[in-house]
Design a protein around this ligand. Structure first.
Ligand code: FES
Ligand SMILES: [Fe+2]
Length: 453
């Protein structure tokens, strides 16, 4: 049985068993997480030669390392001798990765350097060039963020991003519009009992779930909460035209377009340094980017499992699958590397209050995902599909919104077309389709394979 009925998907119906079944999960690991571009970490986490950060791709452990010459590598964290993890620390600095089992030693670029009793037990010496740590097929550093794929035939990363790049940039670029320049100031990791797709889908732009955050909205948890602005949204977003956008490769975002001529609104009345920083960023960004500065970030998911918050809080979040019903979340909190210390500290406190395992909105979201998973594992429950029929007809291709061209399938009302696009591509990966299909080039709409396939 195919995990998704293509005709039903086109009608906005997604089967429930894909969120809970072992067989589907195994197919995801085999066909999706081995091919798609996955987020590994950020350059600021491995600033110096020898720095490493233990990351994940799907369910597998990988090492992100900067070698002695400064080059960045992504290596499978599994010894070529018997598979022992060669790196069991979360991050640090090392000359080598020496396997604790029989002590094969690998350089920070993955090459095999040391083999105990090499000349005797391997009778003249092992061919070291054949037994390096396994490297990813392709790696990309994009504005400081590092991505990789196991598929040597994958397109380059920017092609994979497509027009979603413009929105991801809003999370990666400096607040004043300079490209890149971010720094990860903290990383939260936690495990929750829900399918990874619930989280990825939420960040595609599920604005419909706002009732979940009612308590947070009532107390006002925005960056300037208690300083004159109420609620999670800032004044700028309140005045903007919101857009929900789907991209052919399965990415989806919720962004907004600010009206022409909107002035900066003073927000941090009791803290002149923070106020001066945000005012400077606002004005410098307008000068640097012109009309493009009117595109405002909110959230998005880069297919399949990397989400971002583009405004404040700001960061990337990866949803690592553990099993059909368990996910490990990694939330990378980001600031401008050259922001004043007071601003970084202020944002650090706000990020923790808002996001992460103790953050107020993340707790609301996780409660939904884990109860939805729990209430879907039953034999009867999983027979019944979910409804994804919001705004079936409202999205338009590349429209102009308040004078700004927005690329992609764009809805100006709350919509689930991003999720429909996400599952269309998800089904293509599970069906092992070629890259021109995975990028949405050969077939903009999902079509079922023929019987011969
Ligand atoms: S498993 Fe690593 S040296 Fe044997
Ligand atoms: Fe939420």
């Amino acid at each position: 049985m195919k995990p998704i009925d293509c005709a039903e998907l086109a009608a906005g119906i997604v089967p429930r068993h894909i969120f809970v079944e072992e067989g589907v999960y195994a197919a995801e690991l085999e066909r999706l997480f081995t091919r798609a571009w996955l987020f590994i970490g950020h350059e600021s986490q491995i600033a110096n030669p020898g720095d490493f950060f233990a990351s994940r791709m799907g369910a597998e452990s990988v090492i992100l390392a900067r070698d002695k010459s400064g080059e960045v590598h992504v290596l499978l964290n599994s010894c070529r001798h018997r598979g022992m993890k060669v790196c069991r620390y979360e991050s640090g600095n090392a000359d080598r990765f020496t396997c604790p089992y029989h002590a094969w030693a690998y350089d920070t670029d993955g090459s095999l350097r040391g083999v105990p009793h090499d000349k005797t037990v391997y009778e003249g010496g092992i061919d070291r060039s054949r037994w390096s740590l396994i490297k990813v097929a392709r790696m990309a550093i994009y504005k400081g963020s590092i991505w990789a794929t196991w598929d040597e035939h994958a397109p380059d990363f920017e092609t994979y991003l497509g027009d979603a790049k413009t929105h991801l940039d809003l999370a990666l670029d400096c607040r004043d519009g300079r490209p890149g320049g971010a720094e990860v100031i903290g990383l939260h990791k936690w495990v929750f009992p829900a399918n990874w797709k619930f989280a990825a889908e939420n960040f595609l732009g599920d604005t419909y779930h706002n009732p979940s955050h009612r308590s947070v909205d009532m107390i006002g948890i925005g960056p300037s909460a208690g300083r004159g602005v109420k609620g999670r949204r800032d004044d700028e977003l309140e005045q903007a035209q919101h857009v929900w956008v789907s991209f052919p490769a399965g990415h989806g975002v919720h962004s907004a377009v600010r009206p022409v001529g909107r002035e900066y609104v003073e927000s941090f009345k009791d803290d002149p340094e923070i106020e001066a920083y945000f005012r400077h960023c606002y004005e410098a960004r307008n000068r640097r980017l012109g009309d493009a500065a009117r595109l405002l970030p909110f959230v998005g998911t880069m297919f399949p499992n990397t989400s971002y918050h583009g405004g404040q809080p700001r960061g990337l979040c990866t949803w690592h699958p553990h099993s059909p019903t368990q996910t490990e979340a990694w939330r990378f909190f980001m600031v401008d590397a050259d922001a004043p210390t007071a601003v970084k500290q202020f944002l650090r406190r706000f990020y923790m209050r808002y996001s992460g395992p103790a953050g107020m909105t993340e707790q609301d979201d996780m409660e939904n995902w884990l109860y939805a998973t729990q209430a879907s594992v039953g034999t009867v429950a999983k027979r019944y599909a979910f409804n994804y029929q919001q705004s079936m007809h409202s999205p338009r291709l590349d429209p102009e919104i308040l004078g700004l061209r927005i690329k992609g399938e764009v809805s100006t009302q709350i919509s689930e077309h991003m999720a429909r696009g996400f599952y269309r591509r998800w089904a293509d990966y599970i069906d092992d389709r070629p890259w021109d299909v995975l990028l949405g080039r050969s077939d903009k709409r999902f079509t079922p394979p023929t019987a011969a396939e």
